[in-house]
Design a protein around this ligand. Structure first.
Ligand code: C2E
Ligand code: MG
Ligand code: MG
Length: 420
């Protein structure tokens, strides 16, 4: 198995594109990223990681049989296929993903690694080798955002969205470093019938003068895919601590504030103690804080997540499982993770109006949480009818526009907090 370097591969690709046979024929360039190798390197050492890379490269070369392949850097590989239009390329990319569900064998271990595939397709006579490689790399970046086994084919729209992401990343970095434009809004979690306050969820807001108010759904993924989410997390925690002190000084009482944590934050095993240092510095007790984690944040390694979450709880913080049912709905998580509450995803509420099924699923969810003695907060309640149905099914707590949108701190205090 001969692996080319970046330069040699690009020259070979240029030559192949220039041959008379390829004029007008479709041509696909594939860039592959093997996932988890970096973590395996950290956990099991260089020898295991290197031999795993070799095994993976060998598997790839068998699949692409006969064509040249480049090892671009680290976990990145690249190859091309002639006579390959979009449909064929998509089918082949799927075969690659499927092939990596089978474990690789090294040092007496079976190891499963993830794989992302980015593909660019040559339009007749249009794209040079360099552009094709850049485009398939751009598609790869999008594929990586889709999970451990996903692929993407380059389109000009992808390029536009890659440019937007880059703009956002640069502006967000400035905002975080200067601490300008970031704020926190608070959404109450409320008793469906009692209207009692269970707590509030802190939700980050970003207003950036040239871009306007960027939705959290857009900038949080950008932060998560770069190294920004950790710094952003500290900014949010700091603002929340300041706010709790401010509310306290004005005589307002608050049962608990929830803060969202992303996967990358959770992978830092020092996180619980660092957060404790921060809350203690502000003179705030841990029981005031709950941390919301999503299923996708813990899916990478449930044992590591369970240990970190247990550490949070041993320090006196509370833990909520967010968006339950949105992705994997893995009941194993409920058994394995130390949790204080479960947040049921908005999609179940949206389905309530659908014939039969929505209500049956909510009822099942309620019974399951009730048996596990887990308090449940239903997310995304927008109408009185939804609130009434959920309350009839036995749910006690909810969150959603029907009660209140996320509010700036003053409005939240005015409408929802009581004074001592
Ligand atoms: P999430 O934690 O599930 O937060 C709930 C999201 O649903 C919020 O969106 C909230 O504004 C929205 N929402 C609440 N009630 C309703 C409703 O009745 N209808 C509808 N359609 N939406 C409702 P937001 O603020 O845009 O945040 C989106 C996501 O971004 C959050 O989902 C959370 O995962 C993430 N996020 C927000 N702030 C932070 C943060 O400080 N750190 C981290 N790591 N993630 C954050
Ligand atoms: Mg949340
Ligand atoms: Mg949620």
């Amino acid at each position: 198995m001969g692996l080319l370097d970046h330069g040699d591969f690009q020259s070979e690709l240029s030559a192949a594109l220039g041959t008379p046979q390829s004029a007008g024929a479709p041509f696909a360039v594939f860039t592959i990223r093997l996932r988890r190798v970096r973590r395996i390197r950290l956990a099991l050492g260089d020898a295991v990681a290197d031999s795993l890379l070799l095994e993976a490269a060998f598997r790839l070369s068998t699949l692409i049989a006969g064509t040249s392949m480049a090892h671009l850097e680290g976990e990145l590989f690249c190859f091309y296929r002639t006579q390959s239009g979009e449909d064929e390329a998509r089918q082949f990319a799927r075969e690659l993903l499927a092939a990596f569900h089978t474990p690789l064998h090294t040092h007496g271990m079976d190891v499963v690694i993830g794989i992302n595939v980015g593909v660019s397709i040559a339009q007749a006579g249009m794209n040079g080798a360099q552009a094709l490689m850049r485009q398939s790399r751009c598609a790869l970046d999008r594929a990586a955002a889709g999970g451990e086994y996903s692929m993407e084919i380059y389109t000009p729209r992808l390029q536009a969205s890659a440019a937007r992401r880059l703009t956002l990343e640069i502006a967000l970095r400035q905002a975080i470093e200067s601490n300008i434009g970031l704020s926190v809004h608070y959404q109450p979690k409320v008793g469906l019938t009692s209207r009692k306050l269970y707590g509030v969820e802190a939700l980050c807001r970003w207003n950036c003068p040239p871009l306007g108010a960027v939705p959290a759904d857009e900038f949080i993924p950008v932060a998560e895919e770069s190294d920004l989410i950790e710094m952003l997390g500290w900014r949010v925690l700091d603002q929340v601590c300041q706010q709790l002190l401010g509310w306290g000084a004005s005589g307002f009482v608050l049962p608990c504030v929830s803060i969202n944590l992303s996967a990358r934050q959770l992978s830092n095993s020092d996180l619980p103690s660092k957060i404790l240092q921060c809350t203690s510095r502000h003179g705030l007790v841990p029981s005031l804080f709950e941390f919301e984690v999503t299923e996708s944040a813990i899916v990478e390694d449930i044992n590591v997540a369970a240990t970190t979450l247990a550490r949070f709880r041993s320090l006196g913080f509370r833990i909520a499982l967010d968006d339950f049912g949105a992705a994997h709905s893995n009941l194993h998580y409920l058994r394995k993770l130390p949790l204080d509450s479960l947040k049921i995803d908005k999609q179940f509420v949206d389905d309530l109006s659908a014939e039969g099924k929505g209500e049956a699923l909510c009822r099942a969810m309620f019974l399951m949480a009730d048996m596990l003695k887990l308090p449940v907060i239903v997310e995304g309640i927008e109408t009185e009818a939804q609130c009434a149905t959920l309350s009839r099914l036995g749910f006690e707590w909810g969150q959603g526009y029907y009660f209140s949108a996320p509010l700036p701190s003053e409005a939240l205090a005015q409408r929802w907090l009581t004074r001592r």
